[in-house]
Design a protein around this ligand. Structure first.
Ligand SMILES: NC(=O)C1=CN([C@@H]2O[C@H](COP(=O)(O)OP(=O)(O)OC[C@H]3O[C@@H](n4cnc5c(N)ncnc54)[C@H](OP(=O)(O)O)[C@@H]3O)[C@@H](O)[C@H]2O)C=CC1
Ligand SMILES: O=C(CO)[C@H](O)[C@H](O)COP(=O)(O)O
Length: 471
């Protein structure tokens, strides 16, 4: 089938507008449509020279009528009910063989359901995760595609053209069938949550130690030039150095300590648990955002639970840097463990090296580590664990003493560091050949006759000598 030349774009919000301009710049002719119709002419009038590659449509029927068959239509709308309603409205207008591409942050279960329903009706469907925010969508995002190879083939050229490039290679990939692309995007966001939370924890410790926002911003600027280099560290530097035009104070000082979340972090944790996995650094980050939404309760807690007597925070910037690097590697490692579990459960055969490669540029979690992470995956991970790959293992080992000092120092001064602490507990668990769940097995057997295995036998379902308790 010929490559898609004329493409529909529904939803001219932050992401849809930027992606439409990116597509137009790369030579596609884009027919744009938006629920609030007035936005369409406004958008085209603001597009400058790119307007010649843009065409406005009124309603959905008009959009469909302006596209040649087979049609290719991108949806950039809020995930969930809005996208379902949009698909329901479009279906009667489409012809067999047309392709819908959901580029929003959809739950991969929805993508799997929609794929089945649309394919049954004779249409093609791609679930396409896009990362990079507005700037990325405009000039080169990281793009994670799920669907059939047949559905991807005609759009591959334009998708790779609009994607970010890492050393000339496009940061876009067809990762697997149906929900694979949206699942990878969801876990990307989970890692994003963990990384942002760890940065916020470092910021909190430095604030407690008396540093002001610009000084912390400058530190993050320095970190951005070393092996902590990443987009989120750059963002952190920029926001910490910004000043509130109204008060002249650092901007972050006048922003409420109450974080929003749209669901992808939470979905990562939920799916991890359903897969028999756990992503504790991501869970800590989701919890921190959720608890942040209760400022009044926290204020009451501050008044009632007198922190007097706690030690003043004593952590060095050097320790924070080393601790963050180690914990960041562990958060990536947890994310890849979730991807591996999903890949096996859903038979996606995800190429983890490819996932890491397309995260090296364009996306929110891009960092200098990702090149090393992709190489580690290509070389094959010892026991399937990222943190056991030699270079990363060395970094974790080097950072662990600092991570211990930071987490224990924070605990002694009453400063919560849930993501850093969970990263430490994770690696401390995974480096103990024999832990303590032998006791849990004994307890389970005592109260529920659940059975256990012995260290000196292959027999299963053994029971202990729990006198008087049924065995
Ligand atoms: N912002 C970001 O950084 C990123 C967002 N995403 C995802 O991209 C998608 C779009 O996000 P974003 O552009 O930020 O969102 P915006 O809120 O900026 O834009 C939403 C768009 O969807 C339209 N829309 C909203 N509700 C409906 C509805 N019920 N029916 C039809 N159209 C509707 C809006 O139209 P109208 O003008 O009429 O309101 C608007 O065009 C989401 O799924 C989001 O999760 C993905 C990656 C990054
Ligand atoms: O996908 C994104 C970045 O990769 C979006 O910015 C998303 O909105 C971030 O999630 P949340 O709003 O829950 O913080």
């Amino acid at each position: 089938m010929a490559d898609a030349q004329k493409i529909g774009m529904i939803g001219l919000g932050t992401m849809g507008s930027a992606l439409a301009l990116n597509l137009a710049e790369k030579g596609a002719h884009v027919v744009v449509q938006n629920r609030t119709e007035a936005r369409v002419p406004e958008f085209i009038s603001e597009a400058g020279a790119l307007a010649s590659n843009l065409e406005g449509a009124g309603d959905l029927a008009d959009l469909v009528a302006r596209l040649p068959e087979p049609r290719f239509i991108i949806l950039m709308t809020p995930a969930g009910a809005a996208t379902d309603a949009m698909i329901d409205d479009l279906k009667p207008l489409l012809s067999a063989g047309d392709t819908l591409i959901d580029a929003g942050n959809s739950d991969f279960h929805d993508t799997r359901r929609r794929t089945e329903q649309l394919e049954e009706a004779g249409f093609k469907f791609l679930g396409m995760g896009v990362s990079g925010g507005e700037e990325g969508a405009r000039h080169g995002p990281s793009i994670m595609v799920g669907g059939t190879a047949d559905a991807y083939a005609p759009v591959k050229g334009i998708i790779e053209a609009i994607a970010a490039k890492f050393e000339d290679a496009p940061c876009a990939a067809h990762l697997g069938p149906d929900g694979a692309g949206h699942f990878v995007k969801t876990v990307h966001n989970g890692i994003e949550y963990a990384d942002m939370q760890m940065i916020a924890e470092v910021y909190g410790l430095l604030c407690d130690a008396g540093w002001d926002a610009p000084k912390i911003g400058t530190l993050f600027g320095e970190w951005g030039k070393c092996n902590l280099g990443s987009y989120l560290v750059e963002v952190t530097e920029a926001v910490l150095l910004a000043t509130d035009p109204e008060t002249g104070k650092p901007m972050v000082d006048v922003i409420m300590d109450k974080a929003g979340q749209k669901g992808t972090g939470r979905w990562t944790v939920i799916e991890a648990l359903k897969l028999g996995q756990s992503a504790t650094t991501i869970e800590a980050a989701v919890a921190a955002r959720s608890w942040s939404a209760e400022p009044a309760v926290r204020a009451a807690g501050e008044a009632a639970l007198d922190p007097a007597g706690l030690a003043k925070v004593e952590v060095s910037a050097e320790d924070l840097k080393e601790a963050f690097l180690a914990a960041r590697i562990l958060a990536y490692a947890q994310g890849f463990r979730v991807l591996q579990a999903a890949s096996e459960t859903y038979a996606w055969d995800l190429d983890m090296a490819r996932v890491a490669e397309i995260w090296r540029a364009g996306c929110i979690i891009r960092s200098v580590l990702l090149d090393e992470i992709s190489s580690a995956h290509r070389a094959g991970l010892p026991e399937g664990q990222l943190y056991l790959a030699e270079g990363l293992r060395q970094k974790v080992i080097a950072g662990l003493p600092a991570l211990r000092r930071v987490v224990s120092g924070a605990a002694l001064s009453g400063r919560p560091v849930p993501a850093l602490a969970s990263a430490l507990s994770f690696i401390d668990t995974m480096r103990l050949g024999r832990g303590t769940t032998n006791l849990i097995q004994a307890q389970r057997d005592y109260f529920g006759a659940h059975g256990f295995e012995r260290v000196d036998s292959d027999a299963k379902g053994l029971h202990g000598p729990w006198a008087g308790h049924g065995m």
